[in-house]
Write a new protein. Structure first.
Length: 408
């Protein structure tokens, strides 16, 4: 095996963002060598199914690959799996791999994603307590769900609720514990939170809202979750879904500016020349958030990769895409666009009890975000309106019989 290699672009991480930047570079006509290094053994795969049909459906227990097996070689992308980039030396444009090789590069793209946060309370390291970020996590959880009867999900965010829906659909007794007073509090409004809580309750999920976990109890393996008020919830399996931290260790050790993510500009350039960062790990200027922001979505992974590829090709395109996200729980598909955090008003279109519905978020009369439940047709039109920061007449937009396209 050669000990030292040279490449044009070294991509660190082959999740949605890393895989996309390699592909985008080829599509943009980049002719140099591309090396895509990933510490996971599995070739690049889709992450969203891990909490959804991979848990549910034995016939779909493997997450689909992002590209078929032979694609990478055909595209002359050197995919190196099961190997980490251990250190980075930006001034010398060199990296060391965990298998002992060194790589010299012209450009480096950090696409290192995020690490699932772990609980820190007593008992958090007991067997039977899971996080869900990678394929191997999903395989462990799926295996455990084959025998577990009671499942406690800690964290009522997207991943937590998706796991709850999957476990409930498998017939498990499911309890969701959330420290805030409502689920999805970080990402959506009160009506949408209450809608999803109601759906889960109707499916038989039990909630403990506004409670922190003080301990995981069990002899040799987890048997119960103990809440801050002393309540004990029996659990054969515990799934912790309390968010991620951007994976910045490599960048930080290389002296690259990091602050809750690798800090980049609107072309995804980090503080080190010729080192870019994209996807979940990048803290970037975002007009829709009104400042520096980190997005965790497949769409952002792809959008940031497209801009980064052009940056490497010497073009000046700045990132301005509308942030979008989706979640699937039971037979519901939630699609969100924009960032609703600073909304001063909202309008409900459709049936907030049963769906389908959309909630349009406004700030000073302009549309800044939308949440659509089983309403894909409205979603496309809404996303366009957010992109143009359209001014909307509240009374007119409240009339769900009027197509959103009419406001374009
Ligand atoms: C269970 C689950 C469900 C989700 N569902 C949805 C959904 O429905 N819709 C949606 O939009 N988004 C969803 N997401 C979020 C979405 O998957 C992420 O936003 C997306 O994967 C981000 O892509 P990324 O490439 O930035 O990071 P990742 O996909 O996390 O990829 C980063 C890769 O880099 C590797 N890596 C890290 N450090 C190194 C290193 N030093 N050397 C080599 N490799 C390294 C990691 O192991 C990983 O494989 C979900 C996420 C999870 C975990």
């Amino acid at each position: 095996m050669r000990k030292s290699m040279t490449t044009g672009v070294l991509v660190v991480g082959a999740g949605h963002a890393g895989a996309a930047v390699a592909v985008q570079l080829r599509q943009a006509g980049y002719a140099g060598a591309i090396m895509l290094v990933n510490d996971e053994a599995r070739p690049p795969y889709e992450r969203p199914p891990l909490s959804k049909f991979c848990l549910l459906d034995p016939a779909q227990a493997e997450a689909p690959l992002l590209r078929p097996g032979g694609f990478w070689a055909e595209a002359r992308i050197d995919l190196v799996s099961g190997v980490a980039v251990a250190t980075l030396n930006p001034p010398e444009r060199k990296a060391a791999l965990s298998d002992g090789r060194t790589v010299s590069f012209d450009w480096c793209v950090l696409a290192t994603g995020g690490r699932a946060r772990a609980l820190t309370c007593p008992g958090a390291d007991l067997p039977g307590c899971h996080v869900l970020r990678g394929h191997a996590d999903m395989e462990r959880l799926r295996e455990h769900l084959a025998t577990a009867q009671t499942v406690a999900v800690i964290g009522g965010g997207y991943v937590g609720l998706e796991v709850a829906a999957s476990a409930r659909s498998l017939g498990k007794t499911v309890t969701v514990i959330e420290a805030q007073e409502r689920v999805l509090s970080r990402v959506t409004s009160v009506p949408v939170s209450r809608f999803f809580e109601g759906v889960h309750r109707r499916h038989g999920v039990t909630f403990h809202l506004g409670h922190a976990v003080s301990e995981l109890a069990g002899r040799g393996r987890v048997e119960a979750v103990v809440l801050d008020d002393g309540t004990e919830i029996a659990a054969d399996a515990v799934v912790v879904g309390i968010g991620i931290d951007a994976e910045t260790a490599l960048a930080e050790a290389a002296g690259i500016a990091c602050h809750g993510g690798v800090v980049v500009d609107a072309q995804f350039r980090s503080s080190a020349p010729r080192v870019l960062a994209i996807g979940d790990c990048a803290r970037h200027p975002n007009d829709f958030a009104g400042g520096m922001w980190r997005l965790e979505s497949v769409q952002h992974a792809q959008d940031s990769a497209a801009v980064a590829a052009l940056t490497i090709m010497g073009e000046t395109r700045v990132y301005q895409d509308v942030p979008t996200f989706w979640s699937e729980q039971y037979d519901l598909r939630l699609q969100s666009a924009g960032i609703a955090r600073d909304a001063d008003d909202f309008v409900v279109r459709g049936d907030l009890e049963q769906g389908p519905f959309s909630i349009i978020y406004l700030r000073e009369g302009r549309m800044i975000a939308v949440d659509c439940v089983n309403n894909s047709r409205e979603f496309m039109a809404a996303r366009k309106l957010i992109g143009t920061r359209a001014s909307l007449d509240r009374a007119l937009v409240s009339d769900a019989s009027m197509s959103l396209r009419a406001f374009a």
